[in-house]
Design a protein around this ligand. Sequence first.
Ligand SMILES: N[C@@H](CCC(=O)N[C@@H](CS)C(=O)NCC(=O)O)C(=O)O
Length: 300
Amino acid sequence: MQFMAQLEWPAAVGARGLSWLWKRSRRVAVAAVVVVAVVKVRAYVQKQQRRKRWDAAGQDVVVLHMFGRGRHLPNLSPFVLKLETYLRMTDIKYEIDYEEPMGSKGKSPWITLNGENLADSQFVMEHLASKFNKDLSSHLSPVEKATAHALRVMLENNTLWGLAYWRYVQDKGREILNGMHVPFFLRLTLGMFIRQAKKVIWLHGMGRHSPHEIEYLCKQDLAALSTHLGDKDFLMGDKPTEVDCAMFGFLCQLMYASTSSPYLMMLETDFPNLRSYCLRVKDKFWPDWNACLDPPRPVS
Ligand SMILES: N[C@@H](CCC(=O)N[C@@H](CS)C(=O)NCC(=O)O)C(=O)O
């Protein structure tokens, strides 16, 4: 059993279990190996079939892998909504896959394009911008590009954790569960998922503050965005740029999927320009918003 020490832990646990079974009943041990092999082969075949379907999307058509649609907004992930908004802004053709939402980095979204996989919304956007010559920020000065970069990173690496704290710790996942279709067996694992999320938010550092302090930190982020936006149509001026995708993807989470949080109230009372910005971007790039909900609503 010396080799077990070198196996990854799930394989080591499996090997120990098998050796325990083998000592008690060889027949049951063989049956267990056969069942595991069948499950693995089936999963492999299904993956190949999915891959064939994605390849059939056609040359230069992006397959966007993502979680299912939400009841009140097209996606409850700010990163998915960001990337899908970018595809719409740039008129890049895309298809959606809900079967395999998590990519090689264990996160959503990711894409398949011409048989290649690429993960992370930002890396994907940069890749598509150069491949399809769709750099929406080419008219910005270096200082403006630096500002857009800093504001995006603030949202995705600071404000995001305030939202995550509200969603998983304060709200205990209720709006997420009400906001999208989650299969029954996954609902059963919610407690485990929340414990894991709490740990991650704690490790990030946001989870060590009190709810009041977290609200204060996020309000400062929203104030920075609101001040920079002012009365412009888009964050960097009168034309939409990549940072608008991130900002819209994020603000929609506050507007449509965190309705009992203090953040929606902030948009309504303290930062009305962020709220009207969100509606403006929605009207321009998501005319079919209602059709992209689950269940779809009549187009108004
Ligand atoms: N930097 C990544 C972040 C993606 C991300 O955090 N996605 C979340 C959904 S909002 C996710 O997949 N979380 C699953 C997990 O962390 O286990 C990107 O821009 O795509």
